[in-house]
Design a protein around this ligand. Structure first.
Ligand code: ATP
Ligand code: MG
Length: 499
């Protein structure tokens, strides 16, 4: 406008016209040759690229997955019967993209960014769903914990920000619950959470969204959903799309948590697509590149260096096993890709251990270095104690004669298991976990019935909260249990026991 004011109109217009560059937008058109089961073969698009979005005349969209000499194979993104043989197809010249940014917060969207609530998304930034993982140089070691709020996980199998921790277990063992409760536990921690549902029942996804909304977690969360009714291509795209949305935030210095629920269904969707595209089947009929399917996704989880903004992207992929078989094809693949796994066992779940974590088979390969000092100080021998208890408990079942030391060990183990029990959405703060474990190590709960343990530990915590609030404040601000705080805590526990 200022230019306009300083020069006369004709010269202004002349300059604009002169500077106009004619850039033709060229589209390539092909024809549908063959069609069936959500897969189309298109001829006449010789310079198509892998993953390119195709637009059909009938309004449907497809994604190129197969490049051959005379034709390309594409999967339809929608389960529609509107595509016909002979129809014209436009190559859009770009790969599948998803909207990213603040506008997605609190929304439920599908893998290509269409909101489920029918309202506008108003996105102006788009990322391709498939992106290269951050380079080695752009990463730094994991050094901050991501508190799940579950005492058994945070004390023994800690998860660091930027880590990939697999949640694995049979059906109905509380896999989704652990992840959803962890998202709820991030309230006020300045972490963006993304829940990606892959091939689940719409009712299950609705349940998760309700839990998140009811607990005020949707403010900092995004749900990327593809249900069982969606096409395999949509289910295949969902985790990559969720990851791209997370990457936008982590590249802007934020901490992000992405839950992929679950990757077994993702592998099955990919298998369906591959078989329909006539790719040769391999072990368990999965195509040969099924390892790459998950490794390229999980490699995108990262703890970025300070130069790259210092953001993190933590991934919690879920895998469902059959009959507790963790040595099947997909479970072993994902176990080898991730930095550790939390193994949930049906037997433990049904015997009342919640969360049903099998501590013997669970491990966190990088989380220990990220654990808070206060937690490190109180959780040292828990794993060994619990392992010894589980081993002894098997013998005790045979009714063998047991001496007093073994008996004491069994009692302590039972106590510890009861202490680790947490109901749904009953996550603890760091200070509460530290105080509970400290009291347990000092045998403050001796003689307390297992069923009363929860109540007693709550009682102890409220006692310290009201009489010694400095202990809680110190732990929550310094994340450490220094000597003077430990002394105060010790005398506080003594005082409580003698009440
Ligand atoms: P699926 O294989 O169907 O996906 P899942 O392994 O994700 O199942 P969830 O759906 O999380 O399991 O949980 C199964 C059931 O167990 C739910 O009804 C849930 O409420 C219950 N549950 C999970 N964790 C706990 C817990 N800590 N305390 C009490 N109940 C729990
Ligand atoms: Mg589930």
């Amino acid at each position: 406008m200022s230019d306009f004011l300083t020069e006369n109109i004709s010269s202004y217009l002349k300059r604009i016209v002169d500077s106009y560059e004619f850039k033709p937008i060229s589209y390539r058109y092909g024809t549908v040759e063959k069609l069936g089961d959500g897969v189309v073969r298109v001829s006449g698009l010789p310079d198509c690229c892998y993953g390119e979005l195709l637009e059909f005349d009938s309004g449907a969209y497809g994604m190129v997955m197969d490049l051959e000499e005379n034709s390309v194979g594409a999967v339809l993104l929608e389960k529609s019967n509107i595509v016909r043989v002979g129809e014209t197809v436009k190559g859009t010249g770009r790969v599948v993209r998803t909207p990213v940014g603040e506008c997605c917060l609190g929304r439920v969207i599908d893998p290509i960014g269409r909101p489920f609530d029918g309202k506008e998304l108003n996105a102006d930034i788009f990322y391709p769903v498939e992106r290269p993982a951050p380079k080695l140089i752009d990463r730094r070691p994991v050094d901050t914990p991501l508190q799940t709020g579950f005492i058994s996980i945070d004390s023994m199998i800690p998860i660091g920000r930027g880590q990939r921790e697999l949640i694995i277990g049979d059906r109905q063992t509380g896999k989704t619950s652990i992840c959803v409760d962890t998202i709820v536990n991030q309230k006020g921690q300045d972490i963006i959470c993304i829940y990606c549902a892959i091939g689940q029942k719409a009712s299950t996804v609705a349940g998760v969204i309700k839990t998140l909304t009811d607990n005020g977690a949707m403010d900092y969360s995004i749900v990327v959903a593809s249900t069982a009714a969606d096409s395999p291509a949509m289910q295949y795209l969902a985790p990559y799309s969720a990851c791209a949305i997370g990457e936008y935030f982590s590249e802007h210095g934020k901490d992000v948590l992405v839950v992929y629920d679950d990757l077994s269904k993702h592998a099955i969707a990919y298998r369906t697509m591959s078989l329909l595209l006539h790719r040769p089947p391999g072990r368990e009929a999965y195509p040969g590149d099924v390892f790459y399917l998950h490794s390229r996704l999980l490699e995108r989880a990262a703890c970025l260096s300070k130069e790259k903004g210092g953001g993190t992207l933590t991934a919690l992929p879920i895998i469902e096993t059959m009959g507790g078989n963790i040595s099947a094809y997909i479970p072993t693949n994902v176990i080898s890709i991730t930095d550790g796994q939390i193994y949930l066992e049906s037997e433990l779940f049904h015997s009342g251990v919640r969360p049903a974590v099998n501590t013997g088979l669970s491990v966190s390969r990088v989380g220990r270095s990220a654990q808070r000092n206060a937690m490190k100080k109180v959780s040292g021998s828990l794993r060994i104690e619990l392992a010894q208890y589980r081993e002894m408990a098997v013998f005790a079942r045979f009714g063998a004669d047991i001496d007093d030391t073994t008996k004491a060990m069994l009692e302590r183990g039972e106590h510890l298991t009861a202490l680790f029990n947490q109901g749904r959405l009953d996550t603890y703060s760091l200070s509460k976990m530290v105080i509970m474990l400290y009291a347990f190590n000092r045998k403050a709960f001796k003689g307390v019935e297992n069923s009363m343990l929860d109540e007693k530990s709550n009682e102890l915590y409220s006692f310290i909260e009201s009489k010694y609030p400095s202990v809680i404040k110190n732990i929550e601000t310094t994340y450490d249990l220094d000597e003077s705080t430990a002394d105060t805590l010790k005398s506080a526990i003594k005082e409580w026991v003698s009440l």
